[in-house]
Design a protein around this ligand. Structure first.
Ligand code: ATP
Ligand code: MG
Length: 247
């Protein structure tokens, strides 16, 4: 398909991911703004070398323990996440006993339905965030983005919010939730606000989070997110220095 790039090259995978987003957009799963967010993510993926870093692996371990220890964990899903890894979302929810809630930055009933249909096709039984009667509001955030499900995010102790906007992450923190995120930009507000930030492409990191969660580890670990983000930035610096030599 991409004549000049061998299949084993990480760039090949990145281009395949890009196509998934484009077809997600054509199928009404992904918002226009979601394509832009993806572009931002791709740029950071380049900087980390299109592979899972050591600091991301450490964050994945911490995230799996946090999910295993949660009383009521919720996986928040948006169009980009579902376009990229629907099967993995269902798998992770099963293994960690988490609920799934559709929660969109740019809300649209049509897109919500499309997202819920894909998840159901992939094997999900219950999708929260679809029933207006069950919805309530988060404080500290403007109107369209504060709606959450009473039985989902509203009553959760741990929320996994991939590719999330900073305003919402801050509002979720104010509501005393423990936050896990996938975010390729270690400097975004979400990355800086979450309790565990996995700076990796969600397509690679979800697979690793699933296999880590299968271990069902409940051991206590101390995880310092800010410290880990600093390590990520140093990894990026190192990677760029190495590549600068070959320019
Ligand atoms: P913030 O609001 O947190 O300050 P932002 O406004 O720059 O960040 P948003 O569009 O709100 O960005 O959030 C989307 C985030 O998702 C971006 O930081 C982007 O880098 C990241 N992202 C995009 N695609 C992926 C992906 N495939 N895997 C992981 N992260 C991704
Ligand atoms: Mg934002």
């Amino acid at each position: 398909m991409y004549m000049n790039i061998p299949k084993s090259h990480p760039r090949y995978l990145s281009l395949q991911i890009r196509e998934k987003l484009v077809s997600g957009f054509d199928n009404n799963l992904v918002a226009k703004e979601g394509l832009l967010a993806h572009g931002r993510g791709e740029a950071f993926d380049y900087l980390i070398g299109e592979k899972t870093t050591k600091s991301a692996k450490d964050a994945i371990k911490a995230a799996s323990i946090m999910l295993n220890q949660a009383e009521n964990s919720v996986i928040s899903v948006n169009g980009n996440f579902v376009a990229l890894c629907p099967k993995e979302i269902i798998q992770l929810a099963k293994i960690t006993n988490s609920k799934i809630e559709v929660n969109l930055f740019y809300s649209s009933e049509k897109r919500k339905k499309a997202i819920s249909n894909i998840l159901k096709k992939s094997g999900a039984k219950e999708i929260l965030g679809m029933n207006k009667k069950q919805s309530t509001k988060l404080k500290g955030i403007d109107s369209a983005r504060r709606i959450v499900d009473k039985n989902g995010i509203f009553s959760a102790d741990v929320v996994l919010v991939p590719l999330e906007d900073g305003d919402r992450t801050i509002a979720l923190k104010k509501a005393k939730k423990k936050i896990i995120t996938f975010d390729l930009n270690p400097l975004s507000r979400t990355a800086q606000t979450a309790d565990v930030t996995i700076v990796d492409n969600v397509t690679r990191a979800m697979k690793l989070l699933i296999s880590e969660s299968k271990k069902q580890s409940k051991k206590q670990i101390s995880f310092d997110n800010k410290k880990n983000l600093k390590i990520t930035i140093l990894e990026i610096q190192k990677n760029l220095k190495r590549r600068a030599k070959n320019v």
